[in-house]
Structures are given as C-alpha cells and as structure tokens.
Design a protein around this ligand. Structure first.
Ligand SMILES: Cc1ncc(COP(=O)(O)O)c(C=O)c1O
Length: 429
C-alpha cells in the first residue's frame, strides 16, 4: 500500500474524517491535556475494560468465593475463555491460547517445557536486540539445566545496532541449536519479523521456535497455526490495553499438547479432578496445562473488555490504520525534520510490511528532546541510547494528533527548549 500524503493540517483532519476507526477514540479515556504516543508500553484504559473490571469486583463483593463457579464467566474457566476470545488475534484455535501468568513468567514456563537439551543439541538461539528480560530468562534456563550460558546461548548480532537481518539469524540455525526464541517486533526499532520464514527455517533444521509477541499482538494480525509456530507469549498491557501489569498470554500449538509442562502447578491440572486434591499432577489436554497458579482475576478482568473492543474494530482494520498512520508520521518527519537544524532520523523499516506499530525516532539529543516533548503534553518514551518511540495507536490516536506531534518535534528544536533538560537518565519513561 503506497500512500501519498500532504503536509498541511487540513489534510490531517481530512484523514481523520475518512478514518473508519475514528469512532473508537471515544471508547478510551484520554490523558487530559496530552497526546498519548506510548500505548506500545502501556495502552490506555477503555470504558469496556473498566466495565469488565468493575463487574468482576462486584462479583467478588456479592459472590465471594462463589465467583469461581457462579460469576458471569465463572472465574475457574476465565483464563481459557479469554484465551479463546484472544485466539483470533493470533490465528490460533480454541484451546491454544490462555490468559495467564506474566510475560517473563510465561517465557520461563514455555522454555522450561520445550528446551530439551540432548547430545550435541544443547543451544538456544536468540538475538542481541531482544528485550533484556528475555535474555535474563534464557540465561537462567540454561543454567537450571546445568548448561553453560556463555556457550549455549547463541546471540545473533545486529549489523547496525538497529535492525536484525533474518539471514544472519537463519545462518546460526545449526544442528547444535535445540530451541530458538525471537521477538515478533523488535522493541526499539519496531522492525517486524517474518515469523513464517523464521519458523520454516527453524523447522527445516529440527529446531523448536517460539516468539515473544509483546509488541505485535493487538496491532499486527498473526497466523500462528498457518505458520506452524511452536509456541508464543506476550504482554496484554501494550496494544491489548489490559492495564498496568495485566496478565500475559501464552500460545502452544496443538501438536505440542501433551508435552509435559516444565513448570507445573494446580491450575494446569485437569479441571475435572483438580479439587480431588491428589498429589499426582494430571495435566490438562490443551494449552491450559501450562497455567501454574490461581487466575489473577483483577489483573485479567480488564482484558475481557479490551478484547471486545478489538473484536469490534477488527485486527485487519487496526493493521491497515497502523500501516497508514505510521507511514504518515514517517512522511512528516522525512519531509520536514531530517535536515539541519532538526537532524531527526528514523530507525524503523520503511517497508510497511516489516514494521510493527511504533516508529523509532533517533536524535543525538533524544533523551532531552523526549523530556521537552513530555513537558509539551506529548507522551512518548525513550530507549537508550537515542531512540524516542512514538506509537500512533490506531484505536485512539488520530492523524491530527500525529500532525501535532510533528509540530512539537519541530518546535522543541526551533526554541532550543530541550536544552533546559538534564542529561541524567535515571528516571523511568
Ligand atoms: C518484548 C518484551 N518482552 C518482555 C517484557 C517483560 O514483560 P513482563 O514485565 O510483563 O514480564 C517486555 C516488557 O515491556 C517486553 O517489551
């Protein structure tokens, strides 16, 4: 899809008037006085998410422990019910997705299950640009199995520090690698992986492959089953708008059902016998076998409402707008803000098919510019050494918002406002 854009404010307003998703902005609570460009870190609260959370709170108030069996969606099966609601976002079938645990916890669960070092196949393949928590967890998993992470964790390097070349990853898929774990979208640059190609390459070498889809679920459609992905996990607090620290999700392809969970707990037990309280673990037959403990109802309930909004909007339409609005943002920067004195760059792939939902704007003064933008009411975030991440979330960011963000990027340089801020990077953004 090639769009031709124009620079004027009127044109931004015209794009909004033609936007089929514009109506969804009203379903979310805006942050007063701000343009929210950080929904790839923490999505905004929707009225629907608030409603389902309040319903569950009320169920707790009125039913007490009875909520496990008598709530509108009985809590005992809530993780699986929400998993089935979420499955279409990732191209999965019922039973393959559960809403459970947290992102890093689910990584541990799945790697503990599918990392089976044997003979000379002992290595885990990862890449240097994946989120640090994934690195820490993989390192720990190898150690738990008595391996040496310095040897057994193969980290593919980026050629330029921003982009991972899939050819370089595939080259490292040797017969010593047992498992590969990669992100679907790289969290700094917003590069979108070719999951199908990587999966095919891994399988051709007998390697199990899983994906951290934290930065793609809710903004990019997936076809896990068609692509034959082995397993995946993701955050629900980013593009799925499930709330701060909300419960994560995991996917296990049905051909792996029956693989004994590496980390077992009673919520992974056969539901019909779990209250028999016998000490021998009898795992469920589907992905719910990989649940561990009691469903964290209050951190899960907002996801129900969020998924309702996503279903109404449709993931294809969300992706279409995301492609267009990120292209528009890149256009505004390219056309007006790359030459001196602005000197902004973009580290996100220009090919929309290789781009997730955010745009990485680079500048040598990125940290101070980020602070100046926040003072002006733009909420981005910053990732070292110099990337300002801007996420025009299709459900609640308008083209006019993006136009205004470009004006702010320009103004903080014109006025030299950024020079008023400290270079100390000790605060969280
Ligand atoms: C790509 C990615 N993976 C993993 C995590 C860690 O998630 P959690 O803190 O929920 O375990 C994050 C958090 O932002 C992330 O962006």
């Amino acid at each position: 899809m090639v769009d031709r854009f124009e620079l004027g404010e009127d044109y931004a307003l015209k794009l909004d008037a033609d936007d089929p998703l514009a109506v969804f902005k009203n379903r979310f609570y805006p942050i007063k006085g701000s343009i929210y460009m950080d929904g790839n870190s923490l999505g905004l609260m929707s009225k629907d998410a608030e409603e389902t959370l309040l319903r569950v709170l009320n169920e707790w108030k009125t039913l007490g422990i009875g909520g496990w069996g008598k709530a509108k969606i009985p809590w005992i099966s809530y993780a699986e019910k929400l998993g089935d609601m979420e499955a279409p976002l990732v191209g999965a079938s019922p039973g393959e997705v559960v809403v459970t645990g947290g992102t890093t916890v689910n990584l541990h669960t799945l790697v503990a299950t599918f990392y089976q070092p044997e003979g000379k196949r002992r290595k885990i393949l990862a890449d240097e640009l994946n989120f640090p928590s994934d690195h820490y967890a993989l390192y720990a998993q190898i150690k738990l199995r008595g391996g040496d992470p310095e040897k057994d964790l193969v980290i593919v390097k980026s050629r330029d520090g921003h982009i991972m070349e899939e050819d370089d990853i595939i080259k490292e898929m040797t017969d010593e690698v047992q498992l590969a774990l990669l992100p679907s979208v790289w969290y700094k640059s917003g590069q979108l992986a070719d999951i199908e190609r990587l999966t095919k390459a891994a399988h051709s070498k007998g390697i199990i492959i899983g994906f951290d889809c934290s930065h793609s679920v809710g903004v990019v459609p997936h076809k896990f089953n068609e692509w034959n992905v082995d397993f995946a996990f993701w955050c629900n607090y980013k593009y799925v708008n499930g709330g701060p620290g909300s419960t994560g999700s995991l996917y296990v392809n049905r051909r792996h059902w029956g693989t004994r969970p590496g980390l077992a707990g009673w919520f992974g037990n056969n539901r019909s016998t779990m209250f028999d309280m016998v000490n021998r673990f009898d795992p469920e037959k589907d992905a719910s076998a990989y649940e561990i403990g009691t469903t964290t109802m209050l951190s899960t309930a907002p996801i129900e409402g969020s998924l309702r909004v996503m279903k109404e909007a449709g993931i294809q339409r969300i992706r279409e707008k995301s492609e267009k609005i990120t292209s528009y943002l890149i256009y505004l920067i390219d056309e007006q803000l790359t030459a001196k004195p602005y000197s902004y760059g973009i580290n996100t792939p220009r090919n929309v098919e290789r781009r997730g939902g955010h745009v990485g704007v680079v500048h040598k003064e990125g940290w101070r510019i980020n602070q100046a933008l926040i003072a002006r009411g733009v909420i981005p975030d910053f990732r070292p050494p110099n990337t300002i991440r801007l996420a025009p979330i299709p459900l609640y960011v308008s083209y006019h918002d993006v136009w205004k963000v470009a004006q702010h990027l320009k103004a903080v340089i014109d006025t030299k406002e950024y020079q008023n801020y400290s270079e100390d990077k000790s605060t969280v953004t």
